[in-house]
Design a protein. Structure first.
Lengths: 296, 241
């Protein structure tokens, strides 16, 4: 393999890896406040792309993306308030099954609204053949948009959770629900907020990546599986682990193309997931001790 | 300050408290003693809203706490230091304390720095450890952290559930000295303890709970001198230790 080709694979890997990272962080945010895996996470990404595409027919691109993100956040809030909050005895397993149901529901609604056709947003700058030369490799400016947006989101989220009092309260819910209540924190609102936040970052990721990967009513499922793999890889709930895990999975996938046919790319991701679950179920970066305290 | 009348509470069909009536006046330390399973923790749980009351009322400064959800009660000035400390293990000591300030009204958040300094003065070890994760502290330090966290919102009533559980005797002495000091600073404390002797030594009054009922009540000295109490709750400690 020539060094140019090597770098080209690497760039592709980082691009997809950063999207996986954002999806994984979406999983983590909700997992951290509720202890559940929200299997409709991928649908947020799909909605971000599809809604932005539709809105773009009527308005400028930035406005369409902004509105798409806001609408998806509203969907996230609605999922929590209509389904999760109303469970009588919300066991973790019951909530997870509800999110699976919700993801099927959203996918079917999307199929009715948009049909099964493949759509995409236009490239933010130039078109599909525009490239920028970065040292020895050529990259599409959209790749820089994707990686840049994901990077900014990760940094802002880390700042939010570490440096703001609202972020601190959300972490407190994750750390000890009863103690959070005893501090007067309205834990149910924190759960709603976590759904809104996850929906927002998922939707933004879905919009920026749409020109490269295209959007379709059911492309959330694949992303959810990848994001879930990354979340497990990095250790559930660990957002820095998700960054490392995301880049790792993206790069492994990209390089696998040089060894196995393209169609096997998803199989590679699943193989990685199974391998991790068998060998290190608490993730590459999670510790066994903290994993033992979790329900999942 | 706190007036409980005919309180019944429990979990599902299990009725733990049976017509409990008691009161706490401002500036008092009131001890609730009783054996395991007598309903002490359930009583504190009912006051703080964690356990639903099925009948009776809990008046706190002229408001019925049974009508409020658990997360609204701390802002009314009634805070629980739970059994087993329940610190936020994965967060730093200082973050734990700041979270304790959450019940403060928004316009009072400016006082957080002063309140933080006050807790560090009360518990100097917490200042030393303020950047450490709470989960890495010793049991006694975690107990102090849980107390400091509760005091951050300057509550009018602090409830403590078994603060001495699992701690070495020297540390238990420190904890009780701090509780006594809290009263001197004008706090009101409702203390639940299995260590009846230590609790009654610093308390003004006490209630003895048995199978969910108040069976004896009175000034702490009287309880210490009471034959039944001595036999059931004070004598046993002599055998153990």
């Amino acid at each position: 393999m020539t060094s140019e080709l090597f770098l080209q694979y690497l760039v592709a890997g980082i691009t997809y890896g950063s999207i996986y990272t954002v999806v994984a962080i979406g999983f983590n945010i909700i997992y951290n406040t509720t202890g559940i895996i929200n299997f409709s996470q991928g649908e947020f990404v799909m909605l971000g792309g599809m809604v932005a595409i539709t809105l773009h027919n009527f308005m400028a691109l930035p406005l369409a993306i902004l509105l798409a993100v806001l609408i998806t956040m509203a969907v996230g809030a609605a999922i929590e308030m209509l389904f999760i909050r109303r469970l009588r005895s919300p066991s973790v397993l019951r909530m997870i099954i509800v999110t699976i149901g919700v993801s099927i529901l959203i996918r079917e609604v999307a199929l009715h609204l948009w049909g099964s056709g493949v759509r995409s947003l236009p490239y933010f700058i130039g078109n599909e053949i525009t490239t920028i030369k970065l040292g020895p490799v050529f990259v599409s400016p959209q790749v820089l948009w994707v990686v840049g947006t994901c990077l900014v989101m990760v940094v802002l989220l880390l700042l939010f959770f570490q440096a703001t009092s609202l972020g601190r309260e959300m972490r407190a819910c994750a750390a000890n629900r009863v103690a959070a209540v005893l501090c007067g924190i309205e834990t149910r609102n924190m759960v709603t907020l976590s759904f809104v936040l996850s929906a927002g970052i998922g939707a933004l990721a879905g919009a920026v990546v749409s020109p490269i990967t295209y959007s379709q009513y059911d492309n959330g499922t694949g992303l959810a599986i990848k994001g879930f793999t990354v979340a497990i890889l990095g250790g559930l709930g660990n957002s820095l682990g998700a960054v490392a895990g995301g880049l790792l999975l993206g790069v492994v996938e990209a390089f696998s193309v040089s060894v196995v046919p393209l169609a096997f790319q998803d199989a590679v991701a699943i193989a990685v997931l199974l391998l991790i679950l068998f060998v290190r179920p608490h993730g590459l970066f999670g510790s066994g001790a903290t994993a033992a305290m979790k329900e999942f | 300050m706190l007036k409980i009348r005919n309180l019944e509470a429990g979990y599902g069909k299990l009725r733990v408290l049976r017509k409990v009536s008691m009161h706490v006046s401002a500036g008092e330390i009131v001890a609730i003693i009783g054996a395991n399973g007598s309903g002490k923790t359930t009583l504190l749980g009912a006051i703080s809203g964690l356990v639903g009351a099925t009948s009776g009322e809990i008046r706190f400064q002229d408001e019925d706490l049974t009508l409020l959800s658990a997360s609204r009660i701390p802002a009314r000035g009634c805070v629980l230091v739970p059994e087993g400390r329940q610190v936020f293990a994965a967060m730093t000591v200082e973050e734990n304390l700041l979270l304790g300030g959450h019940p403060l009204a928004r316009e009072k958040r400016g006082e957080l720095d002063g309140l933080l300094a006050h807790q560090y003065e009360l518990f100097p070890i917490l200042r030393e450890r303020r950047k450490q994760l709470a989960g890495t502290l010793s049991g006694g330090e975690q107990q102090m952290l849980a107390m400091g966290r509760a005091l951050m919102s300057r509550p009018s009533l602090v409830m403590m559930d078994e603060p001495s559980t699992g701690l070495a005797p020297l540390i238990v002495r420190d904890i009780f000295a701090i509780i006594a000091r809290l009263r001197q600073e004008g706090n009101t404390v409702l203390l639940v303890e299995q260590n009846a002797k230590a609790a009654l030594a610093i308390a003004d009054r006490g209630y003895v709970l048995e199978t969910g009922k108040v069976i004896i009540q009175g000034p702490a000295e009287d309880l210490l001198a009471n034959r039944d109490v001595q036999r059931a709750y004070l004598g046993r400690e002599k055998l153990e230790g």
